[in-house]
Design a binder for this molecule. Sequence first.
Ligand SMILES: Nc1ncnc2c1ncn2[C@@H]1O[C@H](COP(=O)(O)OP(=O)(O)OP(=O)(O)O)[C@@H](O)[C@H]1O
Ligand SMILES: [Mg+2]
Length: 277
Amino acid sequence: MNGSQTGTARGAAGAALATPVLEVVGLRKQFGDHTALDGIDLTVNEGEVVAILGPSGSGKSTLVRCIDQLETIDGGAMYLDGDLLGFEQGRTLRPLTDAGVRAQRRRMSMVFQQFNLFPHWTVLRNVTEAPIAVHGVPSAQAKEAARGLLEKVGLSDKADAYPRQLSGGQQQRVAIARAVAVEPRVLLFDEPTSALDPELIDEVLQTMKALAASGRTMVVVTHEMEFAREVADRCVFMAEGRVIEDRPADEFFRAPETDRLRSFLARSMRANDERQG
Ligand SMILES: Nc1ncnc2c1ncn2[C@@H]1O[C@H](COP(=O)(O)OP(=O)(O)OP(=O)(O)O)[C@@H](O)[C@H]1O
Ligand SMILES: [Mg+2]
């Protein structure tokens, strides 16, 4: 895997000690006859932000859904902090019990395109529910932490509002605060801005940029090229269920190695330009 060598953790200490948080090795996923993931290798180090880019249908969502154990896998292995995901490691591999899978899933958070907030709960309750009910954090402590997070995402005045009273961008920022509230080892994002009106995209990207700067380990599936270039440490280009390039972000954009990535970048830049008028 070349990922661990190319990882550029921010900060001097991070760069000296690249600690893999997430490792994906030879991951395969079939949907019937269709091979959605055809041997994916990916390493994400502590504090790293990795952007996943690629054409529609290339397997980006399937990859993050497999990591979050929302899909079963057909081959390969995934590790979180060195622990095999989804299986018990004895003399033979046995699938983990549902409780075992849930325990592993608590160590990561996913932010989806559709924010999936609970409509009948206040913003504060949406953010505190998992820490209190799943992680056993005392209520007062969870609320204090949640208020701190809401302040970080620019929504300290919305703690008592209901999701329907918020814009899409505000709802997605609540969803991000909720994802961070459980102190996950890795944050997974699947196109967190693509359901938003164009004028709301930037506030969500700014929130994610601040998270990245605070040292969170993040895997971000995105079509936002500027965000990937500016914020990601590494960019991964997928096509047809394979990793075609996995490079430091500046090289990825400046000197793509394959024709496939070159033409994808040219197409995506044109689309971004057209969108921005
Ligand atoms: N539940 C499913 N059942 C059958 N096929 C699926 C399923 N989910 C995904 N696929 C197929 O697997 C391939 C990869 O899909 P995936 O959603 O991962 O692509 P993607 O890169 O996220 O695309 P997009 O940019 O459009 O979101 C596609 O061909 C898709 O049709
Ligand atoms: Mg997708």
